[in-house]
Design a binder for this molecule. Structure first.
Ligand code: FPP
Length: 232
């Protein structure tokens, strides 16, 4: 097994609690959370991770109060504008995956522009899951496969073929999934893709999860014994 995971994924959790503990609005936690995104991206590049993916906004998150949803979308927009140069300079390709039909035209345009600008970067790929859920992904894959192949051909389909219809097609499955804030569940994230992923749970709230915490998670991963269902 490689000591450094090729793909690290993070469920960034605890922004609201972090803000509440300081007597502030939840959005303050999200703003501080953007700093953790920056720190972990840097730490991942430094460690030689090839894919870092972040669960930034789930399909379920659309049910949060409108003001919070709007602020999160604004933060995304601001981060895109602020980080273009750093991403390009550090060779980081930026990709957004999820149900983009639900995002505003202006955010979609900003995402497309950043994806274009960083398309040739090959040091690391930063994937932001926006308006994403695992069940949505599996359903959209099934519908597209059925439309493209027809019901009879679906009978012959392998798991590998099916993965080619998920929005993560071509991206290796996560080796390591980190969830912050003490919660220990998958919350409709990469349900198909995490079949053999190692999970590391941290009690640290996302706005406090910085380089040392990220590196500690990589160290925990390096101690794991992955067998993929086989006997060693
Ligand atoms: C979970 O904390 C966090 C989110 C739902 C949003 C994460 C978004 C960011 C860190 C900002 C933008 C991201 C990028 C990629 C620039 P929570 O609100 O569920 O916290 P709680 O569980 O304490 O309520």
């Amino acid at each position: 097994m490689d000591i450094v995971p090729q793909h690290v994924s993070i469920i960034m959790d605890g922004n609201g609690r972090w803000a509440k503990a300081r007597g502030k609005e939840r959005v303050y936690g999200h703003m501080e959370g953007v700093e953790s995104v920056r720190a972990c991206t840097e730490a991942a590049v430094e460690a030689g991770v090839k894919y870092l993916s972040l669960y930034a906004f789930s399909e379920e998150n659309w049910n949060r109060p409108e003001a919070e949803v709007n602020r999160l979308m604004e933060l995304m927009m601001e981060a895109i504008h602020n980080e273009v140069r750093t991403l390009v300079e550090n060779g980081v390709r930026f990709v957004v995956l999820g149900n983009r039909a639900r995002l505003s035209d202006s955010l979609n345009a900003a995402i497309d522009a950043l994806m274009d600008k960083t398309a040739a970067c090959d040091r690391m790929t930063l994937i932001v899951f926006l308006s994403y859920s695992g069940r949505w992904d599996i359903l959209q894959a099934m519908k597209r496969a059925a439309a493209e192949k027809g019901a009879d051909a679906l009978q012959e389909m392998t798991a590998e073929d099916f993965a080619g219809y998920l929005v993560t097609a071509g991206i290796p499955e996560p080796d390591l999934l980190i969830r912050t804030s003490g919660e220990q569940r998958i919350s409709n994230y990469l349900l198909w893709q995490c079949a053999y992923t190692e999970f590391v749970f941290s009690d640290v709230l996302w706005p406090d999860f910085r380089k040392p915490e990220f590196r500690a998670a990589l160290e925990t991963y390096a101690q794991r014994d992955r067998r993929f269902g086989k006997v060693k």
